[in-house]
Design a protein around this ligand. Structure first.
Ligand code: PSU
Ligand code: MN
Length: 333
């Protein structure tokens, strides 16, 4: 009996020490949080994370840089600190200064679109990486940022039940406690299946505004109902607070419709999207290349109109994100 207890104890001690050894790999050794963001996080100043695939793969230069700078400015004007997340020479950066942002956006050095599966490779090779929604959610959660604003979320692609092309964004939202402010998903995706999958992953999906009509990026109303609707940043802050009180460790999707004045309604955008999706198929574009390819083609096919809408909705989301972060910070004082 005594021997057995001693044996069990020895095993436990062994397990404990092997865990300690494992933990010598600390995520902090891969992430540089800028002094400004670091100070804000320590002092409960509101912080809003921003992604960088949108800069490297979502928009052409120089609009990508202009938009990134303007979005940071909008967050600041609302009284929050922007934290653009990107990978520079194999180091994860949370908060880029203007020179770093300009260098990154110029794409002089190639940038790898980085979701969960890409991190080990990009870091070990010392490459540059644009973090997707999935990638940015992982980093935000690691450093304790609760609100993240972007344009569009990845989703279940049309025909995804066959190709299994389901964006890693959905899974990461299911396993990280971060509120993502976005304008829903593009109609290049299967919106109903995307919402089904978000439900399976336990993501609390809420529209922000007048009704439950889930927005589809360039258009404010997709015709598909989201489960919930809220109307104010205070309500959003309350949602986030409950998420953390419960230690659910899953995320919130705050779906903010593009302002009506900036929207591209119905037929025009549908036509451009269908053409772009068909071209992607014809060219044999697969995997992570699909979304950037389609985005770029839609910009050309709409004569640049989709880019204008894209920029407008990102700015609006950044503003809403900052307002939510502000309300949340007030409640945590
Ligand atoms: N939708 C956009 N612009 C973008 C993206 C999506 O309108 O830039 C980017 C985001 O970074 C998103 C990623 O996380 O594409 C999704 O890519 P995929 O479908 O390969 O998971
Ligand atoms: Mn995909």
């Amino acid at each position: 009996m005594q021997m057995k207890i001693a044996h069990t104890l020895r095993n436990r001690v062994y397990v404990y020490f092997s865990r300690c050894n494992m933990s010598s790999f600390n995520y902090k050794s891969c992430i540089d949080v800028s002094p400004e963001v670091s100070k804000a996080l320590r002092s409960h100043t509101p912080v809003v994370a921003l992604e960088s695939t949108i800069i490297s793969h979502g928009m052409p230069y120089p609009q990508n840089l202009q938009t990134a700078l303007q979005v940071e400015e909008i967050v600041r004007n609302e009284g929050a600190v922007p934290a653009t997340v990107a990978i520079v020479k194999g180091r994860i950066k949370v908060g880029l200064n203007q020179e770093m942002l300009a260098e990154f956006a110029s794409l002089k050095t190639p940038v790898v679109k980085t979701s969960r599966r890409d991190f080990p490779y990009v870091l070990s090779k010392g490459l540059n990486g644009g973090t997707t929604v999935a990638g940015t959610v992982i980093v935000s959660s690691a450093v304790g940022i609760k609100v993240f604003a972007t344009g569009g979320l990845g989703g279940v692609h049309r025909g995804g039940e066959k190709t299994m092309d389901v964006s890693a964004d959905l899974m990461e939202l299911g396993r990280n406690p971060v509120a993502v402010v976005s304008s829903g998903v593009k109609s290049i995706l299967d919106i109903e299946r995307t919402l089904e999958y978000l439900e399976t992953q336990g993501v609390c999906v809420v529209t922000f505004g007048e009704n439950k009509n889930f927005p589809s990026f360039y258009t404010p109303r997709s015709g598909v109902e989201a489960p919930y609707n809220i109307e104010s940043p205070v309500e959003a802050a309350l949602l986030i607070e409950k998420l953390f009180e419960l230690h659910l460790n899953s995320g919130i999707l705050l779906a903010v419709p593009i302002p009506d004045a900036e929207a591209i309604e119905g037929n025009e955008i549908e036509k451009a999207i269908s053409t772009a999706v068909k071209e992607a198929e014809d060219h044999g574009i697969k995997g992570k290349e699909v979304t950037p390819f389609v985005l770029n083609r839609v910009i050309s096919l709409t004569g640049g109109r989709s880019l204008e809408s894209n920029i407008a909705l990102i700015k609006n989301n950044a503003k809403v994100g900052a307002q939510v972060a502000l309300e949340l910070a007030k409640r945590q004082m």
